[in-house]
Design a protein around this ligand. Structure first.
Ligand SMILES: Cc1cn([C@H]2C[C@H](O)[C@@H](COP(=O)(O)OP(=O)(O)O[C@H]3O[C@@H](C)C(=O)[C@@H](O)[C@H]3O)O2)c(=O)[nH]c1=O
Length: 536
């Protein structure tokens, strides 16, 4: 069962047994549904619908669930969430179905259903949890601006639509209290559970946003997308893009763990270069704009930053090399893409991974944190990256742009400034040289980026200074820190248990340092029991 970004909806692929006589497959089996991860259904009606090429039917909303299978030809099958209480309200998803691919789509009660028959038409089998009930069936117009389904009708073809469907009302006419009424473009955010992806989801709230996650699904509407897998299966990028049909794709998912990249260059290149290149190619085919996020680690720091977009690159480590290659692959596949270089990103982060989150963690747990004082960069507020992205997209900009905060800080000064604004105790910050950090990957010491081009392109927009950005973020940080402090004694005890677990991990995986193990440990073993971090 593949979950889709519509809550309660799912896709199944039924096995098709073929031999010299033809083929056999089960459209549904009560005996196997459990093993397939599918809830047991009691079907009340079985319907067959045949359509010639380029017929569009829908958007039809029933009070019962439906399960579609393609028996001949092909179609783009759509599920649209029209349940006002649903977290995926107004979201839609498209499944490309053929008689051969065995795909099946469950449309939950209250969701809209529509499809476009392919070039040879299609025959569909519907299993329905209820019987046809005209007074309780609702129709919504196929070109509703708020839903904004993207129909892949071949150029020059006028789709065939029933008179009933042509007269269907707009959603806003059925629901005058609709939260939005304007036409919405569609944004696909790859890596929406990360700190940039999350900020993008908020910034693009006037758009129809759909996001992916890899390991942390912090929102039930996110779709799973593993960039490493995607890099190995070139058709996966097309499948993803064809199911979302976006107007713009933001690629913020990346392998950003610089030390880890050094250890696994193949993985780093797959995630940071190959996968973005494939996504950009699939996006270009659909006519969608691509935004790729890169880094100031594409420079070596010897000439000294802040660097401009035209300065010569020379990455010192695997991470920087993989991102530079990613930039090139994206621009080769989609020359009108936006490539945004950034660095030192901080701000609200559900995964609490960024530098400031680490400072907060260190001060609340009393852990000494070594911070280099000879490595310079430009701290960047994630909300500003998101805003710059939207404005650049709306301005029709293309090519390379530096998108960073306006100040140049060394890491230790950055930590001290953040501590003073956020009221953190900076005692646990220990200033060291980058060399003393004894890290595997070389880093540019004097990097940072120049944002003249961004300021000239968006004259009314300003990237915030660290001071202004932290003033914006501080109320949220302080509320969280207060909650953390109020459980302080329990946490100190818990931190000790975490430390023990981390130590064990270090022994188990000798390549992992204690700091890494501690930071990545999201549980502790207490008295033989596994306990989630801070949750008990
Ligand atoms: C849907 C349906 C239609 N009919 C009749 C009514 C009408 O005379 C004729 C054609 O009906 P429609 O034009 O509504 O058929 P169609 O546009 O294909 O309707 C279907 O669209 C897709 C998108 C769905 O999701 C289905 O549930 C169903 O609503 O078939 C039934 O007898 N039973 C049924 O279950």
């Amino acid at each position: 069962m593949e979950p889709v970004p519509i809550v309660d909806s799912y896709v199944l692929t039924r096995p098709i047994f073929r031999d010299h006589r033809g083929a056999f497959s089960e459209a549904y089996s009560a005996a196997k549904s459990g093993a397939r991860g599918e809830p047991n259904r009691s079907w009340k009606q079985v319907s067959i619908s045949e359509s010639v090429a380029n017929v569009i039917r829908g958007i039809h909303v029933s009070k019962y669930g439906k399960f579609t299978s393609c028996l001949s030809g092909s179609l783009d099958d759509y599920v649209v969430d029209l349940r006002e209480e649903s977290p995926s309200y107004l979201q839609w998803f498209c499944l490309s179905m053929t008689a051969d691919n065995g795909k099946q789509l469950y449309i939950p009660p209250g969701c809209g259903h529509a499809f476009l028959a392919g070039e040879k038409g299609c025959t569909i089998l519907y299993l329905q949890e209820g019987t046809f009930d005209p007074p309780n069936e609702t129709d919504v117009t196929l070109d509703d601006p708020v839903i904004n389904i993207r129909w892949r009708v071949p150029e020059g073809v006028i789709p065939i639509i029933s008179e009933k469907d042509k007269k269907a009302p707009k959603l806003v006419d059925l629901r005058p209290h609709l939260p939005i009424s304007q036409f919405r473009k569609r944004v696909l955010i790859i890596g929406a559970s990360g700190q940039v992806g999350n900020a993008l989801t908020e910034e693009f709230s006037g758009y129809s946003c759909i996001g992916t996650f890899n390991t942390k699904q912090n929102n039930p509407c996110l779709m799973q997308c593993d960039m490493f897998e995607l890099a190995r299966m070139p058709s996966a990028a097309q499948l993803l893009l064809n199911s979302v049909l976006p107007d713009v794709v933001c690629i913020c998912s990346a392998m950003t763990w610089v030390e880890g990249c050094e250890d696994d260059a193949i993985r780093a290149h797959a995630i940071n270069s190959t996968a973005p290149g494939l996504i950009a190619a699939a996006a270009k085919e659909l006519g969608a704009k691509v935004v790729y996020y890169s880094t100031d680690y594409v420079f070596d720091g010897t000439a000294g930053g802040p660097y401009t977009e035209t300065d010569k690159t020379c990455p010192l480590n695997v991470y920087g090399k993989s991102k530079l290659e990613g930039e090139q692959r994206v621009l080769d596949a989609a020359p009108d893409a936006l490539v945004l270089r950034t660095t030192g990103v901080y701000g609200p982060d559900k995964q609490s991974k960024n530098f400031i989150c680490q400072l907060i963690k260190a001060t609340t747990t009393g852990t000494t944190m070594k911070i280099p004082n000879d490595q310079f960069g430009c701290p960047t507020y994630n909300k500003d990256i998101a805003k710059a992205t939207r404005l650049l997209f709306e301005a029709g900009a293309a090519g390379l742009f530096n998108v960073v905060g306006p100040d140049l800080y060394d890491r230790h000064a950055f930590a001290l400034e953040a501590a003073s604004i956020l009221g953190l105790d900076a005692e646990s910050f220990l200033a060291v040289s980058a060399e003393e950090m004894k890290l595997k990957a070389n880093r540019p010491l004097k990097a940072g980026l120049d944002i003249t081009k961004l300021s000239e392109t968006l004259p009314n927009f300003k990237m915030r200074t660290l001071k202004d950005a932290l003033a914006d973020w501080a109320p949220e940080v302080n509320a969280n820190t207060e909650a953390t402090r109020s459980a302080a004694s329990k946490k100190v005890w818990y931190a000790a248990q975490m430390f023990e677990t981390a130590t064990e991990r270090c022994i188990q995986y000798s390549s992992v340092s204690i700091t890494q193990a501690y930071q990545s440990a999201d549980f502790a073993i207490v008295g033989g029991r596994k306990i989630r971090e801070w949750s008990e």
